[in-house]
Write a protein that binds this ligand. Structure first.
Ligand SMILES: [Zn+2]
Length: 194
């Protein structure tokens, strides 16, 4: 009995230590296509406070939970110019990128690759994106920085910045393909599957 209580105390202590090291993150539900928040330009962020830092960490957690490589604030119903990107899917903590008020300042080359979106689950389409992009953004302290991305990272930057401008990848597809997807979603919505 004494042993048992000792081990449960140890467990409790370990749980407490874990809680201190990694606070529980809020996992936001992802807003789906059809919600107007996804199709309006988001507002510029002016306050670089602790709340913004918490939100960005919660967005990483929400993105990993949904197995995405990028997430923009409108996708969790917040119309502000904040996006998170991690093309390693959480494998490398150094790959976490927070973009606040980002803009693409330079693009080069063209790559046509299949793309999807957490807000349009189950649908993919080929989208032409630059092979290299330079993005200017602010970090959580409000400092301006520039970051260059290639291939998947360049695609993720463009996709997320599009979100902040109210643009979805559907808008880059042919009209035929876009209408086909929209019709399928409409049907799914009617059947309560969306
Ligand atoms: Zn998306």
């Amino acid at each position: 009995m004494a042993d048992k209580s000792t081990s449960s105390e140890k467990l409790a202590a370990a749980a407490e230590a874990t809680a201190v090291a990694a606070p529980l993150r809020k996992i936001y539900p992802i807003v789906k296509y059809g919600d107007p928040v996804l199709e309006k330009p988001a507002s510029t962020i002016k306050n670089f406070d602790a709340e913004l830092e918490t939100l960005s960490e919660d967005m990483f957690a929400s993105m990993y939970a949904a197995q995405g490589v990028g997430l923009a604030a409108p996708q969790i119903g917040k119309s502000i110019r904040l996006a998170v990107v991690d093309v390693t899917g959480g494998k490398n903590p150094e790959a976490k990128i927070v973009l606040i008020n980002p803009e693409v300042t330079h693009g080069e080359g063209e790559v046509r690759e299949e793309e999807g979106c957490l807000s349009i689950p189950g649908f993919r389409g080929y989208v032409m994106r630059p092979q290299f992009v330079t993005v200017r953004a602010q970090n959580l302290k409000g400092e301006t920085f520039e970051i260059r991305g290639e291939n998947l990272l360049a695609r993720a930057f463009c996709h997320e910045i599009d979100h902040l401008n109210g643009i979805l990848f559907l808008q880059h597809l042919s009209m035929l393909k876009r209408d086909l997807i929209k019709r399928k979603i409409k049907k799914m919505r009617k059947e309560g599957e969306w």
